[in-house]
Design a protein around this ligand. Structure first.
Ligand code: ADP
Length: 369
């Protein structure tokens, strides 16, 4: 059976400028019913502007915005449905709770259309969803940051919006709390099947929360797809580096392969003689004992060892006999920690090397994935 899911939100070829600043440049995206989508990118790349255009807080200059197949803003005709009639729920970084209203009245704020009894029932229902029932009569100042975040979420969910728009909703929370709260939030969103578009600059957060990610650079979407696709099949060095640090090597393609200090790597689809960048993530390099497996291992000299909690970061030099060998960072999970000054063997699964033609850095094409 083919079940067609409706689109909660669609942006078609949307562009936006603030005076001379082109903040959003020909962006198209969609959020299906029940999906959690993250808009990810460095500060200033246009994420919040997209959220504001979707909400109707910023007049649309170019393109079209649809919600549940209904046109809500058109850049050509300049027609626009006002924010309060779009059926959007908003949660901002600072939560923006009303300090003079109790938790229950904050949550009930958008429920003026319901009669008193229905309103009370809905408030109780969403407070239960976010596990805050016992705080109904408390005031915001008496709540922790995490509790305020849950109330902001409950208030946005209460009117059952067609789409929830979240702008960096966890960045005001301290690191220890953040992980738990985003896990709780994801459960609430998935249980209520609320379509969600969330802005974040944190790649780990996006990978944790999102069904799909739109990664932005300078107002454009540079890649969209599942967290797995963006992490393992980045379309450019910018995308690869956005998720982790990388070790960067260069090389030239010969007969479908590129020779590197870590061995020969397949470079399918690249012409002989093409100059390439080779990006290798610190976690893609393994420290192996002598004689391990059949795959070739290369010797390296350990120069530095840094603790990162569960794993360690090794700084190693290839071609240990010379001072000229490339320095690489290796994320090492083993308990046995090599000493600085010791020699180790390194192995790379060729499938983990990310190879790009030189020209692709900064490439802003938007592939279909
Ligand atoms: P992000 O959310 O990714 O940090 P924004 O959408 O806030 O990015 O901003 C995109 C660009 O537009 C930035 O260069 C920013 O300085 C600029 N900008 C955002 N809001 C305004 C505004 N109200 N007036 C002028 N420039 C703005």
């Amino acid at each position: 059976m083919n079940i067609q899911t409706a689109c909660a939100l669609e942006l078609h070829d949307v562009s936006h400028a603030y005076a001379e600043v082109r903040a959003v440049d020909h962006v198209s995206l969609h959020v299906n019913e029940g999906e959690v989508i993250c808009l990810l990118g460095p500060s200033g790349c246009g994420k919040s502007t997209i959220l504001r255009l979707a909400a109707g807080l910023e007049p649309l200059q170019q393109g079209r915005v649809l919600m549940q197949d209904r046109l809500v803003a058109d850049g050509t005709s300049r027609q626009s449905v006002p924010p309060e009639r779009r059926g959007v729920g908003l949660v901002f970084q600072d939560f923006a709770l009303f300090p003079h209203l109790s938790v229950a009245r904050n949550v009930g704020f958008g429920l003026a259309d319901l009669d008193a009894r229905a309103r009370e029932l809905r408030i109780a229902e969403v407070l239960e969803q976010v596990d805050m029932t016992e705080f109904a009569e408390a005031y915001p100042h008496a709540l922790s940051g995490g509790q305020q975040q849950r109330i902001a979420l409950a208030r946005a969910l209460a009117p059952q919006p067609a789409i929830l728009l979240l702008d960096e909703p966890f960045s005001g929370l301290d690191a220890r709390l953040r992980e738990q709260i985003r896990d709780d939030t994801l459960h609430v969103l998935k249980r209520s099947r609320t379509a969600t578009l969330m802005v974040t600059h944190d790649p780990e957060e996006a990978m944790f929360m999102a069904d799909r990610i739109y990664l932005m650079q300078s107002g454009r979407v540079v890649q969209s797809g599942s967290p797995d696709a963006l992490y393992h099949r980045p379309v450019s060095p910018f995308v690869a580096r956005f998720f982790t640090n990388t070790n960067d090597l260069t090389g030239e393609v010969m007969s479908g392969h590129v020779m590197t200090p870590l061995g020969s790597l397949p470079a399918p689809g690249l012409a002989d003689g093409a100059a390439v960048q080779i990006l290798i993530r610190p976690e893609s390099l393994r420290v192996v004992p002598a004689g391990a497996g059949n795959a070739p291992a290369v010797p390296a000299l350990v120069e530095e060892v840094r603790f990162l909690g569960g794993s360690k970061l090794l700084v190693v030099r290839l071609e240990p006999g010379s001072q000229e060998g490339p320095l690489l960072r290796v994320r090492h999970a083993g308990r046995q920690l090599p000493e600085p000054g010791s020699r180790i063997l390194l192995q790379l699964d060729p499938a983990d090397a990310l190879i790009f033609p030189e020209r692709r850095d900064g490439d802003c094409r938007q592939p279909e994935r």
